[in-house]
Design a protein around this ligand. Structure first.
Ligand SMILES: [Zn+2]
Length: 84
């Protein structure tokens, strides 16, 4: 699962993730932990890796677990088609 699709971002800065994604977030330098224990977030405040577009709350986006890149819906889909 090199590229994870998130249906909706929680905020412009970060989105909550499950434990299964924590190690990928750490590798990417994107892990944030919440005030409450057991809560993990993926930081995506830098926006899309292709065009710098900010991920807005409620937007879908992609997280590439291999490169650590964040991609907006448009660029994530474009790359997925190129992979196929
Ligand atoms: Zn983009």
């Amino acid at each position: 699962m090199p590229r994870i699709h998130f249906e909706m971002a929680d905020s412009t800065e970060r989105t909550q993730i499950g434990e299964g994604l924590v190690r990928f977030a750490v590798q990417a330098g994107r892990l944030e932990t919440g005030e409450n224990e057991g809560k993990y977030y993926l930081n995506h405040a830098d926006g899309c890796g292709a065009d710098g577009k900010r991920i807005k709350p409620g937007d879908g986006f992609f997280f590439d677990t291999e490169t650590g890149a964040i991609l907006c819906e448009e660029h994530g889909k474009a790359r997925r088609e190129n992979d196929a």
